[in-house]
Design a binder for this molecule. Structure first.
Ligand code: DAT
Ligand code: MG
Length: 140
């Protein structure tokens, strides 16, 4: 498997509860390297552009309002098979379905406030990394 990069977001429910370090430890323990990271505050418009694929879903308004409700930590994770590995460490979207030991099983509050985002495929990873970072900000 090749070295990959994926876009991760530590969401407002997690930054609010001071879980950035605990979540980063899960990534690092799984062999993922944090090669870029910044704490930012999204507007609802920016959150809507990021989650554009979900614009027609019934939860879109709730999702963008939540993502703009507090600071987020956006980051690029690098490693062997990083996209799938990150999804594994995150756990299922709904924390009640997430496997034991995953970030969402341990920390998520609900299906909406589920602590982390991770890209789901190579093409989306590339687009999502470019949404937040310039090449100069990523140091492998
Ligand atoms: P994931 O974040 O696991 O990739 P997704 O892409 O299907 O999940 O959805 C993006 C986010 O939208 C998800 O992390 C939380 C929110 N969401 C998804 N399904 C939802 C639902 N049924 N109710 C409320 N929010 C939901
Ligand atoms: Mg998704």
């Amino acid at each position: 498997m090749a070295t990959e990069r994926t876009l991760s977001i530590i969401k407002p429910d997690a930054t609010k509860r001071n879980l950035t370090g605990a979540i980063n430890k899960k990534f690092e323990d799984a062999g993922l390297r944090i090669v870029a990271q910044k704490r930012i505050r999204l507007t609802e418009e920016q959150a809507g552009r990021f989650y554009d694929v979900h614009r027609e879903r019934p939860f879109f308004g709730e999702l963008t309002e939540f993502m703009a409700s507090g600071p987020v930590v956006v980051q690029v994770l690098e490693g062997e098979g990083a996209i799938a590995k990150n999804r594994e460490v995150m756990g299922a979207t709904n924390p009640s379905d997430a496997a034991e030991g995953t970030i969402r099983a341990e920390f998520a509050e609900s299906v909406g406030e589920n602590s982390v985002h991770g890209s789901d495929a190579p093409e989306t990873a590339k687009e999502e990394i470019a949404f937040f970072f310039s090449g100069l900000e990523i140091v492998g």
